[in-house]
Design a protein around this ligand. Structure first.
Ligand SMILES: [Zn+2]
Length: 284
């Protein structure tokens, strides 16, 4: 069991690192900030693993890896999540998108009018909120200002595409922790089997499995993005709108090489998305 003092120290450490994460999530387009968020997430995983399973070394190992991965996936999204939560807190009924545009997008997809709800929030992106029974999309006011009608229609089509991706593909991110657990258990027994368990092996194995876990999670998210791009493009049929939209994002998502990209980004590079668009066959 942990002593009361060490528990308090761990909790203070967790909260301190959480505050630093919030700070660095705001500059997540810089390499340094990305690296710091990965390192903090590794230590947050270790703290959570230690707090909850201080008696069993294996459970500490398992929980450190999984909570590190999910902590990172969460803090990497904070720059969008936090302002949005703040906005929703103050605005129970935000402004909705122009009726004519909403009509165009529901017609493109052949959806009933009440099936889709598009609101405007102060921000730069477009995203879909989890909801039941209808499609709940948020469009940033800055996004509306900076992009053409065709670009917006593609972006909305992409979001609706997310709701139409095959069940199996959408299920992978949820199945991931359970499958990954098996790999972690296997690694643990391999370490015991070879009799190489010591403090260095323990922390390095957690680090490696934590990084691989992030990469697999992001890879699964990339696949879903490509699929939504494909469905969105087939419905909107607007290749030029899709390409010009992503050309604007070249700067905000820098290319650090495939391995680092897979660690840092939960969306594929705009360059790769454009390449993918050009490979999709559109019926005219
Ligand atoms: Zn998407």
């Amino acid at each position: 069991m942990l002593t009361e003092t060490s528990l308090i120290i761990l909790l203070i450490g967790f909260l301190g690192l959480l505050v630093i994460s919030v700070f660095y999530s705001k500059n997540s387009e810089y390499l340094g900030s990305n690296i710091i968020l990965v390192i903090i997430s590794y230590f947050q995983g270790l703290i959570v693993g230690t707090i909850f399973y201080s008696d069993t070394l294996f459970l500490m190992f398992l929980l450190s890896i999984l909570s590190g991965v999910y902590y990172y996936l969460l803090v990497a999204k904070l720059s969008i999540l936090l302002p949005f939560i703040q906005f929703k807190w103050k605005n129970k009924a935000p402004a909705t998108l122009d009726a004519e545009l909403t009509k165009s997008i529901t017609m493109l997809w052949g959806l009933p009018d009440n099936k889709i709800h598009i609101s405007i929030y102060p921000g730069e992106s477009v995203f879909k909120k989890m909801s039941f029974g209808f499609i709940d999309i948020y469009v940033g006011d800055e996004f509306l200002k900076n992009n053409s009608r065709n670009e917006l229609l593609f972006a909305l089509s992409h979001e609706i595409g997310h709701t139409k991706t095959p069940r199996r593909d959408s299920a992978y991110p949820f199945i991931f922790p359970f499958v990954y657990e098996i790999i972690i258990i296997f690694t643990w027994f391999a370490i015991l089997f070879f009799g190489i368990l010591n403090i260095f092996v323990y922390f390095i194995a957690i680090l490696i499995l934590f990084i691989i876990g992030i990469m697999i999670s992001n890879y699964l998210a990339w696949r879903l993005e490509f699929k939504a791009d494909e469905l969105g493009l087939i419905k909107s049929k607007n290749l030029n709108g899709a390409i010009s939209l992503f050309e604007k994002f070249f700067e905000s998502q820098k290319d650090y090489g495939q391995i680092l990209n897979l660690i840092f980004y939960d969306h594929p590079l705009p360059r790769d998305r454009i390449k993918h668009f050009k490979e999709i066959k559109l019926e005219s």
